[in-house]
Write a protein that binds this ligand. Structure first.
Ligand SMILES: [Zn+2]
Length: 336
């Protein structure tokens, strides 16, 4: 029998590294008690093996001040809160430093760092919104120091205000975020586009409460080309799944299939992608959304399909107003 002719298209796709989950039970040691960001979020992944994780502590100062790092360490020893929302425990410092390390490993391997605590609300000298150290920002700074051009694509349902602030005045890193507005942390509106040299390099896409797959996919189709125009060497994904319709903290209405399509769109456009976990507070749904996203990136069939959702008329009208404002504010910087 003749051998089958090689499929060139499949061969090209196969050259991309498979996105693998990077997980370790050290992330369960961050004990927040009765809290939406609890270890239960990762208990759903209990079947995964422990990956040996690089220690992220030597990299913390790429973003955080020495004083703040000491403050976090001291707070964890005492199980003290770092702010009203952000609880710690004696195991939290190790979980947080290895969350940074796992994200750096993901950046080096095209992996998905399945970590907690999350990071995108953490500022250089301030914890907030369940976040201790800014995992994605640290990994991005490390890549930038190695000469890489990085775009941060943040599809968590909240603005990553820490990440946004860290890169607000640079043109070397693009920060792109779609998020519910209004919602925590209270900003991320259309007119926040960066400052100084960084003007145009922060892209905020506010989504009205009630936004479904139609709006979310429209937003990706219309504004992901900005990330392409930036021509990144690497796309760093702040992967939060709290835009899902059954999430506990937000009022967005994404289906689980939306996250599969997001993964597919990234796969089609960008050869180097890595991700780190941010939010997602419906434990059962987060697991499905996360596996869908990774399957989309890896070009596999969708493991957990869900009926697409659509937005009401008022929601669509509000979104349209936001879209026009975003384009108006960014048209000097990007083609639409
Ligand atoms: Zn979130």
């Amino acid at each position: 029998m003749k051998p089958k002719p090689e499929n060139e298209g499949a061969k090209a796709r196969d050259s991309r590294p498979e996105m693998k989950l990077i997980y370790n039970r050290v992330f369960l040691q961050h004990d927040t008690g009765m809290h939406p960001e609890s270890r239960k979020r990762l208990d759903a992944f209990d079947d995964l093996p422990d990956t040996p994780i690089t220690d992220g502590e030597p990299y913390l100062e790429l973003v955080h001040t020495p004083h703040y790092i000491q403050k976090v360490r001291a707070a964890c020893a005492l199980s003290a809160h770092l702010d009203g929302d952000t609880a710690t425990s004696p195991g939290s410092y190790d979980a947080a430093r290895y969350a940074v390390g796992a994200t750096i490993m993901a950046a080096e391997s095209g992996g998905f760092a399945l970590v907690r605590p999350p990071g995108h609300h953490a500022h250089p000298s301030r914890a907030s919104g369940f976040c201790l150290f800014n995992n994605v920002a640290i990994a991005t700074r490390k890549l930038a120091a190695e000469g890489k051009r990085v775009a941060i694509f943040d599809f968590d349902g909240h603005l990553g205000d820490g990440t946004s602030a860290i890169f607000y005045d640079t043109d070397k890193v693009l920060y792109w975020s779609m998020h519910q507005y209004p919602a925590y942390p209270g900003h991320g509106f259309v007119d926040e586009i960066g400052s100084g040299k960084g003007k145009g390099f922060t892209v905020n896409l506010p989504l009205p409460p009630g936004s479904g797959d139609d709006i979310l996919l429209g937003c990706l189709n219309q504004f992901l080309p900005i990330v392409e125009q930036f021509q990144p060497d690497v796309v760093a994904v702040s992967a939060g799944f709290d835009a899902h319709q059954y999430d506990l903290l937000l009022d967005l209405r994404a289906s689980a299939s939306f996250f599969y399509k997001t993964g597919q769109m990234l796969r089609e456009r960008f050869p180097n992608v890595f991700a780190t976990l941010e939010g997602g507070y419906n434990v059962e749904e987060m697991r499905k959304c996360l596996y869908n996203f990774v399957a989309g990136i890896n070009g596999e069939a969708v493991p957990f399909p869900e009926e697409p959702t659509s937005s009401g008329m008022r929601v669509l009208e509000t979104y349209e107003i936001y879209v026009n404002a975003v384009i108006g504010n960014l048209r000097d910087y990007w083609k639409f």
